[in-house]
Design a protein around this ligand. Structure first.
Ligand code: ADP
Ligand code: MG
Length: 495
């Protein structure tokens, strides 16, 4: 199947070809015909599956480009607003469709001017509600899209969204996209969608199979060393390191900078200008490593990210999928690497089950192994290097005092000094230790279930503690997998 099978408007068709899209992704295959037939849809698909084109192409194909606002796309964050708007502009430009981006934290005047010239408005809920409620803008879009709806509800935008729909025409086509379908999403869908068709992309299709997934087991205090060693070893082109909290991001930025890496942090409370500058530097290669929180990197679409590192395993499976989807963009391959402590093995197993993939367990290479690998790289690089005039002159000068072998040794040492692999030789657990830790984590799971009151058989101190009056807060503190702790974690991610 190709994009020509959809009967899209000629100019849109051309833009798709120019973007280099050949085969539609599953959500596009299913979604585009339904939208073109005029149905409301509710679609479940993970990030990186091509949702923007799935809604963008058909609605733009149906637009008249008469200068009025025909489409409204509501997205959770400013970053996504800009990204979606860029992608839609790319497809709609030839059809004469302009896009405007609407988000908080910038002046009203310019935004309103742009809205008045646009065919498609891409907006975050807060500012949009603000503009509609104050009467600063009046819009009458025939097509309304809610992108990453679950994320918007997680961020607490339900009231804003409901409010916004009061200002939208009753006669409209509404498309809703969400990576997950919790009850709140289905309820919202019932309220705003009219006889929707369901598009659901199964798990095996949602995780990009070109992303290899591995985990390394380390003790908590070994995380920094493990990270540096793995980056030394894997030599990523661009990579993103995910942390759970802003303060962890800040600490790691300082640490990695001190190790000589070109890094930058990305988190929620950066100034918008600063974020844009940082993301541009990352795209253009001035920065090789992004250290980010989940929220800050949600939806980030940078094409040549080769590796994603989870400094800590995320709290829930959805975050995991969102994170690893930052690599392997546009059909490329990528590696997702997760550091876990023995206590977190349970979480790994749960995520594997939820996501429907198996990650491989790997051992962190020793210093000597990395050094050897680097030496081979260096030899290849030396063989590839072109001799320059100034190098010849430099050697001539050195030869006044030194013989040629000594000169070679000195130069090689100099290069190797720059490439020196630091840290202790062995980091993390080896296969035998991991097997033991896995064994223990299985035992642990048993006692945890009993702690929650299911089939109590054996009583340990920990069980007794869990049974105390303050069980909820105990769960919050100790369990990595409990619902409470997950929610608490999500909250603190918003840092
Ligand atoms: P999602 O919204 O599901 O996270 P996006 O719409 O952002 O995904 O698409 C992810 C990336 O894949 C973008 O860079 C987009 O240009 C690219 N892409 C989308 N559809 C296709 C396709 N059919 N063929 C090739 N690349 C595609
Ligand atoms: Mg998207």
């Amino acid at each position: 199947m190709t994009f020509t099978d959809f009967n899209l408007k000629e100019s849109i068709q051309q833009a798709v070809a120019e973007a280099g899209f050949t085969e539609p992704s599953p959500v596009q295959k299913e979604g585009i015909p339904l939208v073109l037939e005029g149905h409301d849809i509710i679609a479940q698909a993970q990030t990186g599956t091509g949702k923007t084109a799935a809604f963008g192409l058909p609605i733009m194909s149906m637009m008249k480009a008469d200068g009025s606002i025909e489409g409204l796309v509501i997205v959770p964050t400013r970053e996504l607003a800009m990204q979606v708007s860029d992608e839609l502009y790319r497809f709609g430009q030839k059809a004469g469709l302009k896009t405007a981006t609407v988000y908080g934290g910038t002046a009203y005047g310019k935004q309103i001017d742009r809205i008045n010239q646009a065919s498609i408005v891409v907006a975050t809920p807060g500012r949009l509600q603000d503009l509609l409620q104050s009467g600063k803008i009046k819009i009458n879009p025939q097509f309304v899209v809610l992108d990453e709806a679950d994320e918007m509800l997680d961020m607490g935008f339900l009231d804003e969204i409901k409010n916004i729909f009061k200002f939208l025409p009753k006669e409209r086509q509404t498309l809703m996209f969400s990576a997950t379908m919790p009850k709140a999403i289905r309820k919202l869908a019932e309220e705003i969608l009219n006889n929707p068709k369901t598009v659901s992309i199964t798990k095996s299709e949602t995780t990009n199979t070109k992303i290899t997934q591995q985990y390394y087991v380390v003790q908590d205090h070994e995380r920094d060393d493990a990270l540096v060693r793995l980056i030394d070893f894997k030599n990523p082109n661009k990579c993103i390191i995910f942390c759970r909290m802003k303060k962890e991001v800040d600490r790691l930025v300082a640490h990695m900078t001190a190790q000589g890496f070109k890094v930058s942090g990305l988190h929620g409370d950066m100034e918008q200008k600063q974020r844009e500058v940082t993301i541009r530097a990352f795209k253009q290669g001035g920065i090789d490593i992004f250290i980010a929180t989940d929220v800050a990197a949600r939806g980030l679409d940078v094409n040549d990210v080769t590796h994603v590192f989870n400094y800590h395993i995320p709290f829930d499976s959805e975050s995991y999928v969102h994170r690893i989807g930052r690599t392997g963009r546009g059909g490329k391959s990528g590696e997702a690497i997760t550091l876990v402590s023995p206590n977190e093995l349970r979480t790994i197993k749960r995520i594997e089950k939820d996501v429907g993939t198996q990650m491989s367990t790997e051992i962190i290479p020793t210093r000597v192994e990395v050094q050897d690998a680097k030496a081979s790289e260096l030899i290849a690089k030396i063989a590839d290097t072109r001799v320059t005039e100034s190098a010849i002159n430099l050697v001539k000068t050195l030869q006044h005092d030194l013989d040629i072998v000594t000169i070679a040794h000195l130069l090689a040492s100099m290069i190797q000094e720059e490439n020196e692999v630091k840290g202790k030789d062995k980091i993390g657990l080896d296969h035998a230790e991991i097997a033991k830790a896995l064994e223990r984590s299985r035992d642990d799971r048993g006692s945890k279930n009993r702690g929650r009151g299911r089939s109590p058989r054996r009583h340990t101190d920990r069980d007794r503690n869990d049974r105390g009056g303050d069980r909820r807060s105990k769960t919050r503190q100790h369990s990595g997998g409990g619902r409470d702790s997950r929610n608490a974690g999500r909250g603190s991610n918003r840092g």
